[in-house]
Design a binder for this molecule. Structure first.
Ligand code: 2NL
Length: 344
């Protein structure tokens, strides 16, 4: 190593000894190894030397470079740790600051109301039963006394995957499947789930909604059993002061069929703008299971009969919370949804 090389290394080492901060070390790195650093300049000068000289001098300069590099790395590490330590010691946490809370989610209002409906019927002894959303055309229509080309198919037109496979338009196919499984035995089930309709979305209709259907089959089950079960549901759901009434209606799968109204909660039945001055609000459809439906799924109408009903859960939720547009449920506006948080 030549005198000038040794001098350079010594100079570096003494400067390094007086480096107190990572910034000092960084300045040294630039001074010696940077683009215009002293070592870099020496390397650049190699080109002017003869081949032999270049070899010897090159090796020496590289040695110096390596020494400087490892010295910088080592000191940098040591000082960085010291600086972090000092910083942490200097930071005094303020324990009186409010904490940051995790955002707590909650069940969707329609899910909450569906759970309430399910709980009310389970308390009456109904079994929770579920089935596929992609359903066979047979279970969704044919087995429910809605043959091909019957005009009733129009009311419940849905999305087809192919001519035999569709998105169910009601949860009745779950009940048909249960009837086939139970082979003539009594049934008492509640069937909630998503259903689909070829409907234009407006304030009261959606192409997808939650339905909760019920089916009770047994000896001597009558329309009064239906009325009792639905009255219980209305009172538990909307208030003990509520009454219900049945009006004649038509569904292909029930005979007789009824529309069920609940007394208006706003005017108590006197008549107001919510109930359009009738004192009653339509809530669901129901009826005694049609004999054809019973026979097709292996039940003998002379021995066993019963009732079925279909509840639109959004509709009940709208009634319960006086929501005037069903689309509020689907647009995910937190200002709307946060009103239904159980834990605020
Ligand atoms: C509505 C109300 C209803 C049923 C659904 C049903 C199921 C079986 C047999 C007979 Cl397995 N009925 N479900 C009955 C009456 C009404 O839904 O508004 N539907 C269009």
């Amino acid at each position: 190593m030549s005198e000038s090389h040794e001098k350079l290394l010594n100079q570096f080492q003494s400067e390094m000894e007086s480096a107190k901060t990572t910034a000092d070390v960084e300045a040294l790195r630039v001074k010696y190894l940077g683009k215009k650093g002293e070592v870099t300049e020496l390397l650049k000068g190699l080109g002017k030397l003869s081949i032999e000289e270049r070899k010897a001098t090159g090796a020496t300069i590289n040695q110096i470079k390596t020494k400087i590099q490892s010295s910088i790395e080592e000191t940098m590490k040591k000082l960085a740790l010291q600086e972090l330590d000092a910083k942490l010691k200097a930071e005094k946490p303020d324990h009186s600051m409010p904490g940051t809370y995790p955002t707590i989610g909650s069940l969707h209002p329609v899910t909450q109301v569906a759970n309430e409906v399910i709980n009310i019927f389970q308390a009456m002894g109904f079994f929770l039963t579920e089935g596929p959303e992609i359903e066979e055309e047979y279970y969704n229509f044919e087995a429910l006394n809605v043959p091909k080309h019957h005009p009733a198919r129009d009311m419940q037109d849905t999305f087809y995957i192919n001519p035999e496979l569709l998105l169910r338009s009601q949860t009745s196919p779950v009940q048909v499947r249960t009837m086939l499984e139970k082979k003539g035995q009594p049934i008492k089930i509640i069937c909630p789930g998503k259903v689909y309709r070829r409907d234009a979305d407006d304030a009261t209709h959606s192409h997808q909604f939650i339905q909760c259907e019920g089916l009770v089959l047994g000896k001597d089950i009558s329309l009064s059993d239906l009325k009792g079960a639905l009255l219980e549901m209305a009172k538990k759901m909307l208030g003990e002061e509520r009454e219900i009434r049945l009006r004649p209606s038509f569904f292909p799968f029930t005979e007789p069929s009824v529309e069920v109204d609940v007394s208006c909660g706003l005017c108590g039945g006197k008549g107001c703008n919510v109930c359009k001055n009738t004192g009653w609000i339509e809530v669901l459809g129901a009826g005694m299971v049609n004999n054809n439906v019973l026979r097709m799924s292996g039940y003998n109408p002379d021995e066993i009969q019963g009732f079925a009903f279909g509840i639109g859960v959004e509709r009940i939720a709208m009634l319960k919370y006086r929501i005037d547009d069903i689309r509020n449920f689907y647009t995910n506006d937190l200002r709307f949804l946060n009103q239904f948080k159980e834990v605020k």
